[in-house]
Design a protein around this ligand. Sequence first.
Ligand SMILES: Nc1ncnc2c1ncn2[C@@H]1O[C@H](COP(=O)(O)OP(=O)(O)OP(=O)(O)O)[C@@H](O)[C@H]1O
Length: 226
Amino acid sequence: MTGAARAAAPLVQLAGLAHSIAGKPVMAIGDWQQTSGDHALVLGPSGSGKTTLINAITGLITPSSGSVHIDGEPMSALPASARDALRRRTIGLVFQTLRLIPALSVRQNLALAQHIAHGKHDAAAIESLIARVGLAHRIDARPRTLSQGEGQRAAIARALITRPRLVVADEPTSALDDANALAMIDLLFETAAATGATLLVATHDTRIQSRFATVLTLRSPARAAA
Ligand SMILES: Nc1ncnc2c1ncn2[C@@H]1O[C@H](COP(=O)(O)OP(=O)(O)OP(=O)(O)O)[C@@H](O)[C@H]1O
């Protein structure tokens, strides 16, 4: 795809997207698209298929029907190794369980992410992003010594250090109290603005809904059919 065609393509484009496991429908979206810069919330109750949708968007599963395009590239149609490469190039992931590597410091976690995505090391970019999320004083700390809030800030920095076009966050706030949930979303918005990323946040946490102009509401396909 040419640069001009890519610039015109939606960042995320879903067409007829649905997924079944052992014949049971677990996620049904149909058509949806997200343009670059348009932060979006995927909102749905437990079991409505949010994680399944994220797994399809990030190329971790092959949807049973329909397609996923990321930045104009056919994620769902690519072989596994090409999907991995597309994910590393374009997507940063933030999980509720932070998934930082325990044996590495915060700085080293970011360095590894940078190396995997781009095969390069930019120490100044790491220090600057860690300072931006308010963790300069913990840069050489191991993840197990961080507070929950510090760990979440480290996980956001790790997702953004590769300067992904899309940041996908799965339930980033559900374990947090009201003040920390909103602070987490504010930090995601601020770091996304600083690095040029677009956010796609999946949650059942309605407290953060008002922060997003675009909301995709999911219903369990089993309930929708009932
Ligand atoms: N590997 C699997 N095998 C069988 N059923 C599955 C599997 N993965 C997901 N499901 C089912 O698919 C449905 C959607 O699951 P999914 O995890 O996508 O929902 P969710 O909206 O993310 O839920 P939660 O908010 O509880 O994490 C659920 O009914 C779940 O039990």
